[in-house]
Design a protein around this ligand. Sequence first.
Ligand code: ADP
Ligand code: MG
Length: 395
Amino acid sequence: MSAAPDPSTIQGPPSVAELTARFEREFGTLPDGVWQAPGRVNLIGEHTDYNEGFVLPFAIDKTARVAVAVRQDSTVRLMSTYGDQGIFATDLTSLEPASAKGWTKYPLGVIWALQERGITIPGLDLLLDSNVPLGAGLSSSHAIECAVISALNELTGAGLEPEEMVLATQRAENGFVGAPTGIMDQSASLRGSKGHAVFLDCRDQSVELVPFDAESAGLVMLVIDTKVSHSHADGGYASRRASCELGAELLGAKALRDVQVGGLDRAKGLLDEVTFRRVRHVVTENDRVLQTVELLTSDGPGAIGELLDASHLSMRDDFEISCPELDLAVAISRASGAIGARMTGGGFGGAAIALTPATAEQQVRTAVERAFSEAGYRAPEIFTVAPAAGAMRVS
Ligand code: ADP
Ligand code: MG
């Protein structure tokens, strides 16, 4: 894919009937079925995943759909409704990691990872349509992978459990796409449920669905995509990860997940100042995830605002992965009516989320847009997301 895609130009998803009709026009046959999988937003729990800790993402009401038909040969033909790229064809028997270009690496990566597990994949025709904005931190790539693996799991009769599909898509990302990603995004996409967040323990992959019905609480979740991506030239991500590993080692813990908030005093004496602050972020963030789960269960979404705020401050000041655009989005959202706001995702750019009374939505949007304009920043993309169902077959 060449130019940076503009999320506002992405339509859809079209109805299943439209997608089926398009499939027939492009491939000359009807699909065997249509499967969908959503993008995700992480409510809280940032940089805790690789510390074997807790995260709390939710599947969103923006979804990738794939119509798929099995072929009698070993050819794979792939097409997306996005970007006018035509049909891409390749042979199943010669998939090489790192060789695939553009978006095809996601479906091909899934096929490759399933082949690696000994699952025989038939040739297939596949048409993708997605309304998950690309590159906005909503995991449009995992939405594709999860829709594809759901389809293949059923069409091949492989019968993989969700946990196994999570690991297979991780393998696709790590081994074929070449991205060192964890298990959070696909866990939300595959295991999400309408009106719930997915409380995921990244150590043992156990999942608990936690009620998160923002709408019934009179709230909306705003996503403010700053559209900035600051350079990782200083090895921002790698150095945070290295600090976490060093911290755990010096504290004699298997992972930072095993360090409690009460253990931070001791850590202060054992770690250099920067490592300590990074450790403090992870340890307190894990604790905030647990508190958020408790509060959502006992009091509902209206009670978690302070935890979202605290998470942002911890990322800004201790983990140092925010940036001026994200800080502005968070500060203005809070000042204009949001009950809690934080940057979400890996950091150094991307999106912030703002949990906002429905009655204040317009006010927050207007205030953030104005503040960005006054600061001379690029106009952000602002939209709402709701906790929605995970992957499923729709036809
Ligand atoms: P994110 O997953 O956060 O949206 P990534 O960079 O991981 O960002 O994935 C974005 C990539 O996913 C795009 O560059 C493109 O290759 C692919 N992609 C997502 N949606 C589509 C689509 N509808 N059609 C084609 N490719 C898509
Ligand atoms: Mg992605």
